[in-house]
Design a protein around this ligand. Structure first.
Ligand code: DLL
Length: 435
């Protein structure tokens, strides 16, 4: 089911006109109400009236996380506090957090975009939606919650964690849709398998999984273990939270709610917009929000955009699944490595489990990358020779995929900490050592 046929299937030219109209009024409003943007526009020599076409967006300066930090806490809000009904905050672990504000109109838009997400993920009125994203300042829990109610689902606000109780509720209430991070879906699937709970007993049909980078191989594992269709859903606090884009049943990219958020892909080095299909950094401009509309926000997420019409009938732009972040990239002895490349190698091995962690240290001047991966319990009972052979095999596959040597450490099942939210895959001890 398509939640909002009028807007999701709108004629492409008509949508472009709508985008331009909304963009112009947002830029004019920001110039009038937010000193930060007024200064930015003035420095760039931009008069809001100069925006005559969507192509002119490229002349508008970017907004970065640093810019947001400078204006902490409320310097980027474009509505008075008396109009703001909700605050959320980014989950960043370093530096000043970023606060996102919503007026009632923004909360309504958010519920609408999440309603689209739920329907993209095969949901409709009557579904039982178990929300196992964290509730609180993180946007996952409340975001999915309000969207679920908008669609007419029965929403179970579990929040993240308490895995046994999650499974009990899932089984007893016959939840049909699970919303959580992919890594928590794996934790739930593992625990169900261990407790002898079969996917049939659970009765889930689909997963709305996102908030972290995950691969197609992890998707297959989750789909198989829980017997669901796993949909990738994407979003970020600075833009609205989840509800920015999601996959439909064809799983051929995530449909962007581009009547609310204009996507661009730029070359992260030059800042120049890239043509359709080229890989680069994703940038978003909010064109309907009231309290915290962000212009050309550099997400640091890496992807490609496509504009052809999907088989499902939606005409919106689609983004490919995120392969990494520009700031996720590890530089190991001069070689650029994304954790997703390592995951790809590990997941395609039969002998290992989909649980791994990367630990980076420095020995003298040399960067050392250790890949710790859990092995299946049956293998642990084997001789040391078998394990050594496996270690060697992983090492050599990694060296050919990455172009740099790394250490491999096979560890027992469950020795890598299970995540209930976003998984922490990389522990980079280099900076800490240098201090
Ligand atoms: O993670 C919002 C969200 C909640 C999205 C629930 C989906 C589901 P932040 O905590 O601000 O917001 O983190 C945003 O998470 O820039 C990406 O790097 C990453 N991210 C989010 N969704 C995906 C995804 C929420 N589907 C940051 N695939 C983003 C890959 C994702 N990375």
């Amino acid at each position: 089911m398509i939640w909002d046929v009028e807007n999701e299937c709108m004629d492409v030219e008509q949508r472009r006109e709508l985008q331009l109209h909304r963009l112009r009024s947002t830029v004019a409003r920001l110039a009038a109400t937010v000193p930060y943007y007024r200064d930015q526009f003035a420095q760039a020599g931009l008069d809001p009236l100069d925006i005559q076409s969507l192509e002119d967006l490229q002349h508008v300066p970017f907004t970065t996380k640093d810019g947001m930090r400078e204006t902490y806490p409320t310097g980027m809000f474009a509505a008075p506090m008396s109009e703001i009904v909700r605050i959320h905050s980014s989950s960043g672990t370093t530096g000043t957090p970023i606060l996102a504000a919503y007026t009632q109109a923004d909360v309504d838009i958010w519920a609408e975009t999440i309603a689209r997400t739920i329907c993209l993920g095969g949901g409709s009125k009557g579904d039982i939606l178990q929300v196992a994203y964290g509730y609180g300042l993180f946007t996952g829990g409340l975001g999915l919650h309000y969207g679920g109610e908008r669609v007419g689902c029965t929403v179970i606000p579990m929040s993240a964690g308490n895995t046994r109780r999650q499974l009990m509720m899932m089984r007893d209430l016959k939840s049909t849709i699970l919303a959580c991070t992919p890594s928590y879906a794996l934790t739930l699937a593992d625990e169900a398998a261990e407790g002898g709970i079969s996917p049939d007993e659970l009765g889930l049909k689909s997963g709305l999984l996102g908030a972290e980078v995950w691969s197609d191989s992890i998707r297959s594992t989750i789909e198989q273990m829980l017997n669901i269709k796993a949909h990738d859903i994407y979003g970020l606090t600075e833009i609205i939270g989840p509800g920015v884009s999601a996959e439909c049943e064809y799983q051929c990219g995530l449909h962007v709610c581009d009547d609310h958020f204009i996507p661009e892909v730029i070359d992260p080095a030059t800042g120049k917009p890239l043509p359709e299909g080229e890989q680069g950094e994703l940038v978003f401009t909010c064109i309907t929000k009231q309290a915290f509309p962000v212009i050309r926000f550099r997400t640091r997420d890496i992807t490609r955009l496509h504009y052809d019409t999907c088989e499902c009938g939606r005409t919106s732009a689609r983004m490919e699944r995120i392969t990494g972040r520009t700031d996720d990239m590890l530089i190991i002895r001069g070689v650029n490595i994304f954790p997703s490349q390592i995951e790809h190698v590990l997941i395609n091995m039969e002998e290992t489990l989909p649980h791994y962690q990367l630990v980076v240290t420095k020995e003298g001047r040399l960067d050392v990358l250790e890949v710790q991966v859990e092995v299946s319990p049956t293998l642990l009972a084997d001789t040391i020779r078998v394990l050594e052979t496996l270690e060697m095999k992983i090492r050599s596959e990694l060296v050919s995929a990455l172009g740099v040597r790394c250490r491999v450490k096979l560890v027992e099942p469950k020795s890598i900490e299970r995540s209930i939210g976003k998984a922490k895959r990389v522990i980079d001890l280099r900076k800490e050592r240098q201090i």
